[in-house]
Design a protein around this ligand. Structure first.
Ligand SMILES: *Cc1c(COP(=O)(O)O)cnc(C)c1O
Length: 348
């Protein structure tokens, strides 16, 4: 979802942005109008995430999936291996890509537990020569979230925050790189945000395409080539919306409440089940199964009629998944719970 206020705002200036006679989609990315939109978006993101001055914010394309390659290409800096934490489907994809560039040490994995938890940090087996430690703070498909930031000492910590960025305040200074595809919690698809500590920029492996080098984008304010201008603009409106909601502390309060009431309902019901260790449950993605999977189709159909869309679980795991990102209002979660309750009553 995108916040309704953001879509309405964008609609109101679709044909003519601030009296300039053009839609944002028609602007040159190097013209003063778009540059002002781009700069304001970065300023607001820096403000809401409290991003320190020694970090660059890049507005890229290619999705989080491209970052699976860009991270090793840029961060190995002469080293031969990197540590990865494997907590689910997105970790596995990041690992598979990194293996094309370096030796991957899987420092911890919850695969034996079917990815239903986060391995405790005391059990992680780091390689002292690792160039960086990569993890997925929120596994979107499994609904498993780290409710702590790993300690990696002087080894840069890299996080795929695609499905949890902006859901709560975080200490950016603990990270070497944070990256996120925009389409979960930032804005429209097509934009990818990278937040990177400056000292990690500039040592890409020989042969790295210029478009895959962080240095290229850092030196050109993400305008080495044409950036995804409209997605960048909408992201800026979302940052403004978050500011008006009390920033990330405000979002965190709402998100925690939304998640807790949905899990509480699932846990006490006889029909629904969430298998994730309660200490690692995601605030953003709540997978659940029905006791009788034969009812899945009926559940989805009736949910859709009730105005509750996109509840089908990921094709790799089945069941249901409620994605309750920032833009999902608390009333949306209340409506889902009311529907689930009614469905249970009728089908028990
Ligand atoms: C959605 C998602 C991705 C893939 O993002 P793309 O932008 O489609 O490349 C990667 N990691 C996580 C955690 C995701 O949720």
């Amino acid at each position: 979802m995108l916040p309704a206020e953001v879509l309405e705002h964008a609609a109101s200036e679709m044909m003519d942005w601030h009296g300039c006679g053009m839609s944002v989609m028609e602007m040159s990315h190097r013209g003063k109008e778009f540059v002002s939109i781009a700069e304001k978006a970065e300023k607001d993101l820096r403000e809401i995430m409290n991003i320190p001055g020694n970090y660059k914010v890049l507005f890229l394309q290619g999705g989080a999936t491209s970052q699976f390659a860009m991270v090793p290409m840029n961060l190995l800096r002469g080293k031969k291996s990197a540590d990865y934490i494997n907590t689910g489907q997105w970790s596995k994809k990041a690992i598979a890509e990194a293996r094309r560039y370096c030796n991957v040490n899987v420092a911890a994995t919850s695969e034996a537990d079917n990815f239903m938890n986060v391995p405790p940090q005391s059990e992680w087996k780091h390689n002292p020569d690792a160039a960086y430690v990569h993890y997925t703070p929120n596994e979107t498909i499994g609904g498993v979230e780290f409710h702590f930031i790993p300690e990696t000492g002087s080894v840069p910590l890299v996080a795929d925050m695609s499905s949890t960025i902006l859901s709560r305040p975080i200490d950016v200074s603990k990270f070497g790189v944070i990256y996120a595809g925009a389409q979960k919690n930032i804005g429209p698809a097509g934009l990818t945000i990278v937040i990177i500590r400056e000292d990690l920029i500039g040592e890409a492996v020989a042969g790295t395409p210029l478009m895959f080098s962080y240095k290229t984008h850092a030196e050109n304010n993400s305008m080495y080539n044409t950036p995804p201008t409209y997605a960048w603009y909408i992201a800026g409106l979302v940052f403004e919306w978050i500011k008006n909601k009390g920033g990330l502390a405000g979002m965190a309060g709402i998100n925690k409440r939304k998640a807790e009431k949905l899990y509480a309902f699932i846990d006490k019901s006889d029909m629904y089940r969430n298998p994730v260790d309660p200490a690692c449950r995601s605030w953003m993605n709540v997978p659940f199964t029905l006791k009788n999977p034969d009812l899945d189709g009926r559940f989805l159909e009736q949910a859709k009629t009730a105005g509750l869309a996109a509840l089908k679980g990921h094709r790799s795991v089945g069941g249901m998944r409620a994605s309750i990102y920032n833009a999902m209002p608390e009333e949306g979660v209340d409506a889902l719970i009311a529907f689930m309750q009614e469905f249970e009553k009728k089908n028990i």
